[in-house]
Design a binder for this molecule. Structure first.
Ligand code: NAD
Length: 250
Protein backbone atom coordinates (compact mmCIF):
# COMPACT_ATOMS: atom_id res chain seq x y z
CA UNK A 1 0.00 0.00 0.00
CA UNK A 2 2.73 2.43 -1.06
CA UNK A 3 0.26 5.13 -2.14
CA UNK A 4 -2.22 5.07 0.72
CA UNK A 5 -3.63 8.61 1.18
CA UNK A 6 -2.39 9.69 -2.28
CA UNK A 7 -4.72 10.92 -5.02
CA UNK A 8 -3.87 10.14 -8.66
CA UNK A 9 -5.50 12.01 -11.57
CA UNK A 10 -5.17 9.90 -14.71
CA UNK A 11 -6.18 11.31 -18.07
CA UNK A 12 -7.58 8.81 -20.54
CA UNK A 13 -8.12 6.42 -17.63
CA UNK A 14 -11.19 4.84 -19.18
CA UNK A 15 -9.34 2.15 -21.13
CA UNK A 16 -5.98 0.83 -22.22
CA UNK A 17 -2.79 2.00 -20.55
CA UNK A 18 -4.57 4.65 -18.45
CA UNK A 19 -6.88 2.00 -17.00
CA UNK A 20 -3.90 -0.30 -16.37
CA UNK A 21 -2.06 2.46 -14.50
CA UNK A 22 -5.20 3.33 -12.51
CA UNK A 23 -5.73 -0.27 -11.41
CA UNK A 24 -2.07 -0.59 -10.36
CA UNK A 25 -2.13 2.64 -8.33
CA UNK A 26 -5.45 1.70 -6.74
CA UNK A 27 -4.03 -1.71 -5.78
CA UNK A 28 -1.26 0.18 -3.93
CA UNK A 29 -3.78 2.25 -1.96
CA UNK A 30 -4.17 5.42 -4.08
CA UNK A 31 -7.54 7.03 -4.71
CA UNK A 32 -7.75 7.22 -8.50
CA UNK A 33 -9.56 9.71 -10.71
CA UNK A 34 -10.32 8.60 -14.26
CA UNK A 35 -10.41 11.86 -16.23
CA UNK A 36 -11.98 11.04 -19.57
CA UNK A 37 -13.59 12.52 -22.63
CA UNK A 38 -15.54 9.22 -22.70
CA UNK A 39 -17.38 9.44 -19.37
CA UNK A 40 -19.24 6.08 -19.58
CA UNK A 41 -15.89 4.28 -20.11
CA UNK A 42 -14.42 6.05 -17.08
CA UNK A 43 -17.49 5.24 -15.00
CA UNK A 44 -17.22 1.55 -15.86
CA UNK A 45 -13.53 1.47 -14.81
CA UNK A 46 -14.27 3.44 -11.63
CA UNK A 47 -17.02 0.97 -10.69
CA UNK A 48 -14.72 -2.01 -11.32
CA UNK A 49 -11.94 -0.48 -9.20
CA UNK A 50 -14.38 0.49 -6.44
CA UNK A 51 -15.50 -3.15 -6.48
CA UNK A 52 -12.01 -4.13 -5.29
CA UNK A 53 -12.45 -1.89 -2.24
CA UNK A 54 -10.29 0.97 -3.55
CA UNK A 55 -11.40 4.59 -4.00
CA UNK A 56 -12.11 5.54 -7.62
CA UNK A 57 -13.97 8.37 -9.29
CA UNK A 58 -14.84 9.18 -12.93
CA UNK A 59 -14.80 12.78 -14.14
CA UNK A 60 -15.62 14.13 -17.57
CA UNK A 61 -12.59 15.93 -18.97
CA UNK A 62 -11.33 16.99 -22.37
CA UNK A 63 -7.63 17.63 -21.80
CA UNK A 64 -7.49 19.95 -24.82
CA UNK A 65 -10.02 22.28 -23.16
CA UNK A 66 -8.56 24.34 -20.32
CA UNK A 67 -11.98 25.05 -18.78
CA UNK A 68 -12.90 21.38 -18.79
CA UNK A 69 -9.55 20.43 -17.18
CA UNK A 70 -9.89 23.13 -14.50
CA UNK A 71 -13.41 21.89 -13.66
CA UNK A 72 -12.29 18.23 -13.48
CA UNK A 73 -9.36 19.06 -11.19
CA UNK A 74 -11.61 21.29 -9.02
CA UNK A 75 -14.06 18.38 -8.63
CA UNK A 76 -11.20 16.11 -7.66
CA UNK A 77 -9.90 18.53 -5.03
CA UNK A 78 -13.43 19.02 -3.68
CA UNK A 79 -14.16 15.28 -3.46
CA UNK A 80 -10.77 13.82 -2.52
CA UNK A 81 -8.93 16.75 -0.95
CA UNK A 82 -6.23 17.33 -3.57
CA UNK A 83 -3.96 15.80 -6.21
CA UNK A 84 -0.58 14.14 -5.59
CA UNK A 85 0.00 12.30 -8.87
CA UNK A 86 -0.91 13.43 -12.39
CA UNK A 87 -0.59 10.95 -15.23
CA UNK A 88 -0.85 12.67 -18.61
CA UNK A 89 -1.84 9.64 -20.63
CA UNK A 90 -4.69 10.75 -22.94
CA UNK A 91 -3.59 11.15 -26.55
CA UNK A 92 -4.49 10.78 -30.17
CA UNK A 93 -2.22 7.98 -31.35
CA UNK A 94 -3.72 5.93 -34.17
CA UNK A 95 -2.00 5.12 -37.51
CA UNK A 96 -3.83 8.04 -39.04
CA UNK A 97 -1.30 10.33 -37.28
CA UNK A 98 1.72 8.23 -38.34
CA UNK A 99 1.81 9.29 -41.98
CA UNK A 100 3.50 12.12 -43.84
CA UNK A 101 3.40 15.53 -42.16
CA UNK A 102 2.06 17.41 -45.19
CA UNK A 103 -0.67 14.84 -45.82
CA UNK A 104 -2.43 15.11 -42.46
CA UNK A 105 -5.24 17.68 -42.73
CA UNK A 106 -4.26 20.77 -40.75
CA UNK A 107 -7.36 20.62 -38.55
CA UNK A 108 -6.33 17.12 -37.43
CA UNK A 109 -2.75 18.28 -36.85
CA UNK A 110 -4.02 21.08 -34.61
CA UNK A 111 -6.41 18.87 -32.67
CA UNK A 112 -3.69 16.24 -32.14
CA UNK A 113 -1.27 18.86 -30.83
CA UNK A 114 -4.01 20.33 -28.63
CA UNK A 115 -4.64 16.93 -27.02
CA UNK A 116 -1.14 15.40 -26.98
CA UNK A 117 0.85 18.52 -26.10
CA UNK A 118 -1.28 21.42 -24.82
CA UNK A 119 -3.38 18.91 -22.88
CA UNK A 120 -0.34 18.20 -20.72
CA UNK A 121 0.20 21.90 -20.09
CA UNK A 122 -3.48 22.32 -19.14
CA UNK A 123 -3.38 19.43 -16.66
CA UNK A 124 -0.03 20.39 -15.12
CA UNK A 125 -1.19 23.98 -14.63
CA UNK A 126 -4.47 22.86 -13.06
CA UNK A 127 -2.88 20.33 -10.67
CA UNK A 128 0.09 22.47 -9.63
CA UNK A 129 -1.60 24.56 -6.89
CA UNK A 130 -2.93 21.49 -5.10
CA UNK A 131 0.40 19.65 -5.38
CA UNK A 132 2.24 22.70 -4.05
CA UNK A 133 -0.18 22.97 -1.14
CA UNK A 134 0.41 19.29 -0.30
CA UNK A 135 4.21 19.72 -0.32
CA UNK A 136 4.91 18.30 -3.78
CA UNK A 137 3.79 15.76 -6.32
CA UNK A 138 4.63 13.65 -9.32
CA UNK A 139 3.73 14.17 -12.98
CA UNK A 140 4.20 11.42 -15.57
CA UNK A 141 3.84 12.27 -19.24
CA UNK A 142 3.16 9.43 -21.62
CA UNK A 143 5.52 9.82 -24.59
CA UNK A 144 6.41 7.07 -27.10
CA UNK A 145 9.45 5.59 -28.80
CA UNK A 146 8.02 7.48 -31.80
CA UNK A 147 9.24 10.61 -29.99
CA UNK A 148 12.82 9.35 -30.48
CA UNK A 149 12.35 8.89 -34.24
CA UNK A 150 10.05 11.82 -34.86
CA UNK A 151 9.28 11.74 -38.57
CA UNK A 152 5.48 11.64 -38.34
CA UNK A 153 2.92 14.05 -36.85
CA UNK A 154 2.44 11.63 -33.93
CA UNK A 155 6.21 11.32 -33.39
CA UNK A 156 6.59 15.08 -33.41
CA UNK A 157 3.88 15.41 -30.76
CA UNK A 158 5.65 12.78 -28.62
CA UNK A 159 8.98 14.59 -29.09
CA UNK A 160 7.25 17.68 -27.73
CA UNK A 161 6.04 15.58 -24.79
CA UNK A 162 9.69 14.74 -24.01
CA UNK A 163 10.47 18.45 -24.14
CA UNK A 164 7.65 19.09 -21.72
CA UNK A 165 9.10 16.55 -19.29
CA UNK A 166 12.29 18.61 -19.09
CA UNK A 167 10.54 22.00 -19.16
CA UNK A 168 7.99 21.12 -16.48
CA UNK A 169 10.70 19.45 -14.35
CA UNK A 170 12.58 22.75 -14.31
CA UNK A 171 9.51 24.94 -13.78
CA UNK A 172 7.90 22.84 -11.04
CA UNK A 173 10.94 21.67 -9.05
CA UNK A 174 10.66 24.61 -6.61
CA UNK A 175 7.21 23.27 -5.66
CA UNK A 176 8.60 19.78 -4.94
CA UNK A 177 7.00 18.38 -8.09
CA UNK A 178 8.98 15.71 -9.97
CA UNK A 179 8.29 15.13 -13.67
CA UNK A 180 8.94 12.01 -15.76
CA UNK A 181 8.26 10.60 -19.19
CA UNK A 182 7.46 7.02 -20.12
CA UNK A 183 8.10 6.22 -23.78
CA UNK A 184 6.68 2.82 -24.71
CA UNK A 185 7.10 0.85 -27.89
CA UNK A 186 4.00 -0.86 -29.24
CA UNK A 187 2.04 -2.44 -26.40
CA UNK A 188 -1.14 -4.47 -26.33
CA UNK A 189 -3.79 -1.85 -25.57
CA UNK A 190 -7.00 -2.86 -27.36
CA UNK A 191 -7.01 0.36 -29.40
CA UNK A 192 -3.42 -0.12 -30.62
CA UNK A 193 -4.00 -3.79 -31.40
CA UNK A 194 -7.12 -2.98 -33.42
CA UNK A 195 -5.29 -0.25 -35.33
CA UNK A 196 -1.78 -1.61 -36.02
CA UNK A 197 -1.62 -3.99 -38.99
CA UNK A 198 -0.40 -7.33 -37.51
CA UNK A 199 2.26 -7.77 -40.24
CA UNK A 200 3.73 -4.34 -39.45
CA UNK A 201 3.84 -5.13 -35.73
CA UNK A 202 5.56 -8.46 -36.33
CA UNK A 203 8.09 -6.83 -38.64
CA UNK A 204 8.79 -4.15 -36.04
CA UNK A 205 9.37 -6.70 -33.28
CA UNK A 206 11.65 -8.85 -35.44
CA UNK A 207 13.66 -6.03 -37.02
CA UNK A 208 13.94 -3.49 -34.25
CA UNK A 209 13.31 -4.89 -30.78
CA UNK A 210 16.14 -6.76 -29.04
CA UNK A 211 13.58 -8.55 -26.88
CA UNK A 212 11.50 -10.38 -29.46
CA UNK A 213 8.05 -10.38 -28.00
CA UNK A 214 4.99 -8.16 -28.04
CA UNK A 215 5.13 -5.40 -25.41
CA UNK A 216 2.36 -5.46 -22.84
CA UNK A 217 0.62 -2.66 -20.97
CA UNK A 218 1.73 -4.38 -17.76
CA UNK A 219 5.38 -3.94 -18.86
CA UNK A 220 4.95 -0.21 -18.14
CA UNK A 221 3.55 -0.51 -14.63
CA UNK A 222 6.80 -1.09 -12.68
CA UNK A 223 8.40 2.09 -14.04
CA UNK A 224 5.25 4.12 -13.42
CA UNK A 225 5.02 2.98 -9.78
CA UNK A 226 8.76 3.59 -9.27
CA UNK A 227 8.52 7.17 -10.59
CA UNK A 228 5.55 7.84 -8.30
CA UNK A 229 7.36 6.45 -5.25
CA UNK A 230 9.81 8.13 -2.86
CA UNK A 231 12.49 5.80 -4.28
CA UNK A 232 12.65 8.17 -7.28
CA UNK A 233 12.91 11.27 -5.07
CA UNK A 234 16.34 12.33 -6.48
CA UNK A 235 15.35 11.82 -10.13
CA UNK A 236 13.39 14.28 -12.25
CA UNK A 237 13.18 15.40 -15.89
CA UNK A 238 13.91 11.91 -17.26
CA UNK A 239 12.08 10.00 -19.98
CA UNK A 240 12.43 6.21 -19.85
CA UNK A 241 12.02 4.12 -22.99
CA UNK A 242 10.23 0.81 -22.54
CA UNK A 243 10.45 -0.75 -25.96
CA UNK A 244 12.17 -4.12 -25.74
CA UNK A 245 15.53 -2.48 -26.46
CA UNK A 246 14.43 -0.17 -29.27
CA UNK A 247 15.84 2.36 -30.01
CA UNK A 248 19.31 1.67 -28.58
CA UNK A 249 21.02 4.75 -27.15
CA UNK A 250 24.36 5.35 -25.51
N1 NAD B 1 -0.66 1.52 -27.09
C1 NAD B 1 0.58 1.69 -27.52
O1 NAD B 1 1.18 0.81 -28.16
C2 NAD B 1 1.33 2.93 -27.17
C3 NAD B 1 2.70 3.03 -27.47
C4 NAD B 1 3.39 4.20 -27.13
C5 NAD B 1 2.72 5.23 -26.49
N2 NAD B 1 1.39 5.12 -26.21
C6 NAD B 1 0.74 6.24 -25.54
O2 NAD B 1 0.10 5.76 -24.36
C7 NAD B 1 -1.10 6.51 -24.12
C8 NAD B 1 -2.30 5.59 -23.99
O3 NAD B 1 -2.36 4.73 -25.09
P1 NAD B 1 -3.54 3.67 -25.25
O4 NAD B 1 -3.14 2.75 -26.33
O5 NAD B 1 -3.93 3.14 -23.92
O6 NAD B 1 -4.69 4.64 -25.79
P2 NAD B 1 -6.30 4.42 -25.90
O7 NAD B 1 -6.73 5.11 -27.13
O8 NAD B 1 -6.63 2.99 -25.72
O9 NAD B 1 -6.82 5.20 -24.63
C9 NAD B 1 -6.72 6.59 -24.58
C10 NAD B 1 -7.87 7.13 -23.76
O10 NAD B 1 -7.77 8.56 -23.79
C11 NAD B 1 -9.06 9.11 -23.91
N3 NAD B 1 -8.97 10.44 -24.54
C12 NAD B 1 -8.72 10.71 -25.85
N4 NAD B 1 -8.74 12.04 -26.04
C13 NAD B 1 -8.98 12.61 -24.85
C14 NAD B 1 -9.13 13.95 -24.41
N5 NAD B 1 -9.05 14.96 -25.28
N6 NAD B 1 -9.36 14.17 -23.10
C15 NAD B 1 -9.48 13.14 -22.22
N7 NAD B 1 -9.38 11.85 -22.59
C16 NAD B 1 -9.14 11.59 -23.88
C17 NAD B 1 -9.82 8.13 -24.80
O11 NAD B 1 -11.22 8.24 -24.62
C18 NAD B 1 -9.25 6.78 -24.32
O12 NAD B 1 -10.03 6.20 -23.31
C19 NAD B 1 -1.16 7.53 -25.25
O13 NAD B 1 -0.53 8.71 -24.81
C20 NAD B 1 -0.35 6.90 -26.36
O14 NAD B 1 0.16 7.85 -27.27
C21 NAD B 1 0.68 4.00 -26.53
Amino acid sequence: MRFKDKVAFITGGGRGIGETYARALAAEGAAVVLAEIDLPAAQAVAAAIAGTGARAMAVECDVADETSVDAAVARTVESLGGVDILINNAAKHLMEYAGKPTELPRAKWRLMLDVNVIGIVNCAAACRPSMRERGGGVIINQSSIAGFDPTTPYGISKLAVRGLVAALARELAPDGIRVYGIAPGPVDSPSAMADLPPALLEQFINRHQLIKRQGRMTDLVGAMLFFCSPEASFITGETLMIGGGYPLRV
